[in-house]
Write a protein that binds this ligand. Structure first.
Ligand code: HEC
Ligand code: HEC
Ligand code: HEC
Ligand code: HEC
Ligand code: HEC
Length: 408
């Protein structure tokens, strides 16, 4: 490997530190180290792992997340609950069934990036470039469906890579120890999949996936003690949870919601919802897929009456050819949503119900596609149905707030 400065077993940490100080050419700035590490770590496409080192036991050689989990129990338990373990869900799989290998591999780059995973998916879908020989012993047969497995982020050529250890690591660490890089604590590590390159697909001039750039422009990216990376927020205490908009608690942390009433005169009132993005390190929400719905409801003697609904999010048509509206809220900023209405004479209040539709864009695409199910390969239809049921089931109510007219 071409990392003489950081290379090596943690047992030799002391030596590494010395090497850093004394070896010529090793004074490379940490910035440059991270950049060049990530270029190699996320080379496209990832090469196969090759033959495991002779001394590896079956357990040490295995790419199965469950094998890693035998020793790294905490990371495995977190990861299994996370969406990173479900990146090969039905929502992706029914679409792969309509694709050729080249198109499919473009999706797998982020959804199942290991060469060993792509080979298994190719076998399953009967793609022409599938391997002729059965997968080697260190590849479990279900790795293709495993999603973003541990090895996708941590293993290259059977070598383990990880962040600087927190404590002195155990002596004789298995799998030949590990190689340390600060890149694991850098937001750019995540950008490989959560940011399109500058020449990537755009709509209305905006990159369709732009999370890293939104973060970079946010107050959280400023160097100093207040700096918060993707990992600080999404992997607190190095936990492998990656909670996001699918998680009510995480999403509640992202926003403050205030509801006020204004008198427009002539019996007309206006409910004003102010939503502040106080906790997301990028736009709320960052991507075009989720929507947050604001439902304004008036309660009076006659009962509940819905006044209207408004959406927070980047609304685009299902073909991704036209922007309908972009009401996302940048980090630290606020946006007002106004709902005018006729006020009854007495005893009324307005309630704001905030609901989250984490997969709204996909709900529309999947429903449209089911409407044309006759044109799809028969095997794809049940997978598509399951995908639609999954995104619909992910909806939840986030919170409610109320406002009453001031009695005079
Ligand atoms: C037989 C037990 C065992 C298995 C199996 C195992 N590991 Fe480890 N791993 C260790 C031990 C012990 C260490 C040393 C660090 C420590 O003491 O926790 C370690 C260190 C690491 C580190 C470095 C942590 C840091 O601080 O940077 C990473 C990353 C890692 N392993 C990933 C994996 C992955 C991914 C797999 C599966 C492909 C795996 N390991 C399989 C026991 C194991
Ligand atoms: C640059 C990385 C990247 C590429 C390439 C990519 N995706 Fe994704 N995909 C993501 C990320 C990140 C998310 C999660 C976004 C979020 O939750 O806001 C996602 C989410 C999804 C989801 C919703 C989750 C689910 O399992 O239902 C589907 C469906 C999906 N992608 C399909 C595809 C398809 C089809 C392709 C290829 C045409 C593709 N993706 C290519 C990064 C990528
Ligand atoms: C999406 C990429 C990704 C995946 C998938 C992933 N990790 Fe990690 N892992 C990281 C990052 C990033 C860190 C460093 C986080 C930090 O320092 O804030 C890390 C840290 C670690 C550490 C060091 C933990 C510590 O407390 O020092 C171990 C061990 C580890 N991962 C093992 C695993 C295992 C086992 C799996 C699968 C069950 C896994 N990882 C899946 C990205 C990933
Ligand atoms: C190899 C590609 C890849 C890498 C690297 C990666 N992710 Fe992801 N991430 C995805 C995909 C694909 C999804 C969509 C999962 C789904 O919904 O099926 C996702 C989902 C997520 C979600 C869940 C969002 C939600 O909708 O609730 C969060 C949060 C997240 N990633 C954060 C991170 C962070 C932080 C890092 C860096 C430590 C990272 N990711 C690295 C591909 C990646
Ligand atoms: C200051 C904390 C913070 C930082 C920094 C941060 N996030 Fe988030 N992120 C959140 C919160 C809170 C949510 C849930 C609300 C939301 O979806 O915006 C979230 C949601 C997400 C989602 C869910 C999908 C969506 O459309 O919102 C993804 C994906 C994600 N983050 C990835 C990242 C990546 C990648 C980085 C680094 C470039 C990052 N986040 C930095 C707090 C943070």
């Amino acid at each position: 490997m071409s990392m003489p400065c950081l290379r090596g077993n943690v047992l030799r940490l002391a030596m590494i530190v010395l090497a850093f100080v004394f070896l010529p050419g090793c004074g490379a700035k940490p910035e440059a180290e991270v950049e060049s590490f990530l270029e190699r770590h996320w080379v496209e496409p990832l090469p196969p792992q090759g033959t495991p080192p002779a001394g590896f036991s079956e357990l040490e050689a295995s790419l199965d997340p469950q094998a890693c989990g035998k020793c790294h129990t905490e990371q495995y338990a977190g990861w299994r609950e996370s969406l990173h373990s479900r990146t090969m869900g039905p929502g992706l799989r029914w679409q792969l069934m309509l694709m050729n290998q080249e198109q499919g591999n473009r999706c797998l780059r982020c959804h199942a990036p290991l060469a060993e995973q792509k080979a298994l998916v190719a076998l399953e879908l009967g793609w022409p470039n599938a391997p002729k020989a059965p997968p080697p012993d260190f590849v479990p047969p279900d790795l293709g469906h495993g999603g973003l497995v541990c090895a996708a982020c941590h293993v290259r050529g059977h070598e383990r890579f990880g962040p600087p250890p927190r404590a002195e690591a155990a002596k004789d660490a298995p799998h030949g120890g590990f190689t340390v890089s600060k890149a694991f604590q850098d937001s750019r590590f995540c950008a490989h999949c959560h940011q399109f390159p500058d020449d990537g697909p755009r709509l209305a001039g905006k990159l369709q996936e732009d999370t890293f750039a939104q973060w970079l422009a946010s107050p959280y990216a400023k160097e100093g003690p207040g700096r918060q990376t993707c990992q600080t927020c999404h992997m607190p205490d190095r936990k492998h949870l990656w909670r996001g908009i699918h998680d009510p608690e995480m999403t509640r942390r992202a926003i403050d919601v205030k509801l006020e009433l204004a008198d427009l005169g002539g019996g007309r009132r206006e409910a004003i919802a102010t939503v502040r993005n106080r906790g997301a390190g990028h736009h709320f929400p960052t991507y075009m897929v989720p929507k947050v719905e604001l439902a304004f409801v008036r309660h009076d003697a006659a009962g509940a009456h819905e006044l209207g609904r408004q959406l927070i999010g980047w609304q685009v048509d299902t073909g991704i050819t036209r922007e309908i509206a972009d009401t996302r809220i940048p980090a630290g900023e606020a946006r007002e949503f106004r709902q005018p209405f006729a006020a009854p004479a007495d005893d009324w209040r307005v309630e704001l119900i905030v609901r989250v539709l984490p997969g709204e864009h996909y709900e529309r695409i999947f429903r449209d596609s089911l409407g044309r199910a006759g044109q799809l390969p028969a095997a794809a239809v049940p997978v598509l149905r399951e995908a639609l049921a999954n995104v619909e089931a992910a909806r939840y109510e986030l919170l409610r707030v109320e406002a009453r007219p001031i009695a005079n």
